[in-house]
Write a protein that binds this ligand. Structure first.
Ligand code: GAR
Length: 188
């Protein structure tokens, strides 16, 4: 069983899906939030998982120092795989290289469409017929690594960014545990 750390910044509904999934390839061993007192931390503790806050604000502009503290916690907890789940900090080459092949993210669009923010509004504005979510390996370029899995759905005429966000999130909650279990089973 691979030991997974989940990095969050807020609500943590994807973390919850990863915790709840019935599978035997990974175990959530640690949750780290860069924002104090978010729901994601409470979800971890309710599941009996150690939860730490490493507040990026303590490090000012030094992003690498912030990441070195995260990296040290991951090593202490003997983590095999790092899963970003609504973690809203862009990672530096230091961290991305240190965890290459073992660092995954979930993104609310059908990548390579709409990397970055406001994906639901952008899919609507473009008049797309479908939308969805992607789980991918993290590389230095934002939202650009190898795709591990995608889930899509049709966009309906009366959809808004909010209705899309809600339906995509439901797709995310199924997709992420499947992709993470597959990755965990495939790495040494
Ligand atoms: C999810 O929709 C996730 O795909 C998105 O933030 C939300 C987090 O929700 N992530 C990104 O936009 C990353 N660029 P959650 O905290 O309830 O899992």
């Amino acid at each position: 069983m691979k030991r997974v750390a989940v990095l969050v910044s807020g609500r943590g509904s994807n973390l919850q899906a990863l915790l709840d999934a019935k599978q035997d390839a990974y175990k959530i061993a640690l949750v780290i939030s860069n924002v104090p007192e978010v729901e994601g931390l409470a979800r971890a503790r309710a599941a009996g998982v150690e939860a730490l806050t490493i507040d990026h604000k303590r490090f000012g502009k030094d992003r690498e120092l912030f990441e070195r503290e995260i990296d040290a916690a991951l090593r202490t907890h003997k983590i095999d795989i790092v899963a970003l789940a609504g973690f809203m900090r862009v990672l530096t080459p230091f961290f991305v290289r240190a965890w290459a092949g073992r660092l995954v993210n979930i993104h609310p669009s059908l990548l390579p469409k709409y990397p970055g923010m406001n994906t639901h509004a952008r899919a609507l504005e473009a008049g797309d017929a479908e939308h969805g979510a992607t789980v991918h390996l993290v590389v230095e370029e934002v939202d650009a690594g190898d795709i591990l899995g995608q889930s899509s759905m049709p966009i309906e005429p009366d959809d808004t960014p909010e209705t899309l966000a809600q339906r995509v999130l439901a797709l995310e909650h199924k997709l992420y545990p499947q992709c993470l279990a597959k990755l965990a089973a495939s790495i040494p």
